[in-house]
Structure formats: C-alpha cells, structure tokens
Design a protein around this ligand. Structure first.
Ligand code: SF4
Ligand code: SF4
Length: 84
C-alpha cells in the first residue's frame, strides 16, 4: 500500500508495511481509520480489516483506503508501519 504525507509543504511518498505476526488484534488501527473518515470509533466503518487468520491476525486494506497512514500512526506494536 502506497501513501503520501505532507512535511513542510513537501509531499513525501512512503510504503505502508504490514507485519501481521506482530498484530495483537487490539483494533486501534480500525478505530483510528473510522474516526479519521467517519468521525466515529466504529471498526465496521474502517477502511482496514483485522481478521483472525489461521495462526496470526490477517490485515487487509479495503478498496477505499487512501493510504493516509493514520492506522500505522496508531499501531503501538509495529504491525503496520510507514516505510520511507
Ligand atoms: S495492526 Fe496494530 S493497531 Fe491494528 S489490530 Fe494489529 S496491533 Fe492493533
Ligand atoms: S491508510 Fe488511512 S484510509 Fe487506509 S486503512 Fe489506514 S487509516 Fe484507513
């Protein structure tokens, strides 16, 4: 997933990296996304889905994900991060 952020008026590109093995299932990413775009803390309105996988959590970005990185900024465990 590619995204952009503004830093001092300069738009920088970055890659959103996912490490599902580090995910705890806390859903902070979903809450951050829904709050950013819908103004509510509601995982069902997020543009990212954290699902129970066979041995780890599975992290999926929905089609309407903008790549803004708010989910990564709110993941405390390094399961989603920005990579320059
Ligand atoms: S990706 Fe990060 S914020 Fe989202 S559920 Fe996993 S640990 Fe929590
Ligand atoms: S990058 Fe932005 S739009 Fe995409 S899932 Fe994360 S918070 Fe939501």
């Amino acid at each position: 997933m590619r995204g952009q952020r503004r830093k001092g008026g300069i738009v920088e590109g970055y890659q959103l990296k996912v490490a599902p093995e580090l995910c705890t299932g806390c859903l902070r990413c979903e809450l951050a996304c829904s709050e950013t775009y819908e103004g509510v803390f509601s995982p069902s309105k997020a543009r990212i889905r954290v699902l129970v996988g066979s041995s780890t959590w599975e992290i999926r970005f929905e089609e309407d994900c903008t790549g803004c990185g708010a989910c990564a900024d709110n993941c405390l465990y390094g399961a989603i991060s920005r990579s320059p």
